[in-house]
Ligand binder design. Sequence first.
Ligand code: SF4
Length: 465
Amino acid sequence: MCGIVGIHGHDEAAKVAYLGLHALQHRGQEGAGISTWDGTRLRAWRGLGLVGDVYGGQELDKLPGTSAIGHVRYSTSGESSLRNVQPFVVRYREGQVAIAHNGNLVNAAEIRGRLEARGSIFATSSDTEVILHLVATSIQGTFINRLVDALMQVEGAYSLVLLSEDRLVAVRDPMGFRPLVLGRLGDAWIIASETTALDLVGGTVEREVEPGEMIIIEDGRVMSLSPFPRRERKSCVFEHVYFARPNSDVFSRPVYDSRFGWGRRLARSAPVEADVALPVPDSGTPAALGYAFESKLTFKQGLIRSHYVGRTFIEPSQQIRDFGVKLKLSPVRSVIEGKRLVVIDDSIVRGTTSRKIVRLLRAAGAAEVHLRICSPPIIASCFYGVDTPTQEELIAHRLDIEETRAHIGADSLAYLPMEALHAELGEDSGSYCDACFSGRYPIPPRPGVDTPQLPLFRSEESDAV
Ligand code: SF4
């Protein structure tokens, strides 16, 4: 998963992009990058790590210009590679172009194989580079027509921002898997994965970029095209379950309200005799508030999250990952000791974290631990840009609910029923992808076809273009 921003018509475009990326940091911690058009050429500065680390010095001063795009990247394979950090900036025969992508193309490996057979050379292992090759090799005359031609050939999830010299282009795939919003910042235009980025820079939200829409911003004017055949909308429900910030509106719907509402529904479908309701912070908090509200239980913070443990620190080895839960979450003994707890979390993926949390709570003196999960069991992997593991690694694929409860060591375990997930979304519920919970993929995955990974390439230096 990744986060993207675009800004057009602002004297400090790179700084606005930087702030926007800060607000989107939860969408990716592996690397960050910004590209600007300085009036004569596209520049870029990219690096591994958090936004504040990549731009900890004078880097933004090297990115002049009134238009910019930016990207934060989520680690999808555990390995970090600077060459996969976006925006990618390339020069082809018609000029320069920079691209930043959130999502995953399901047919990238097939297209890449075809292009490589014809002699194309790829510099990264990213599916995004396929789009650039298709643009460069298109026989269409203008950049926009080349881009449309390229995107007609790809399938899957993409929310994109591109700079073609001073022109900012934003595109969302026809099914609208990943979010993208259009906003204003004074006279400037801003595009971002989530509304929280606009809030941070003091911008205002104009509207969602529609599925299948291409927005072109040039000379202060905004043009909207719908160049792709219409498809049924399938926005990712997991953005609301876990991924997006609770203060964002995603797919024109407040994320906080979804989580709070699901918490209330979970309390109705899976009540339990308990003394206290606790969230697994941070993503479980609005759901736990909803659960506590509906069940009239006291809400307490029994687990305190450390905000100083970076993802990158807990990534490298299983040994450190095991220690990671204790580093991240500290139990509040006075809340826990002797109490019957109902613990609310957003989802269970492998089950390893839930098991450690239950152990942590018991070690702190909990009398009972009842786990309530504010989404249905995850039974299938995501092929559209969320980093879920292989199906075999998903605990709900291997074990039923009672087996999962026993494995985790909780006194009871219940998930949000699928009907309740959809009921909360109301009449829009059919426009959401729920494939990781249902196995019903809106675009069939291509098993056995994967984007090949290049060997690890690590450098502290960024590659200013
Ligand atoms: Fe989102 Fe799950 Fe669909 Fe992936 S499979 S797009 S995570 S709902």
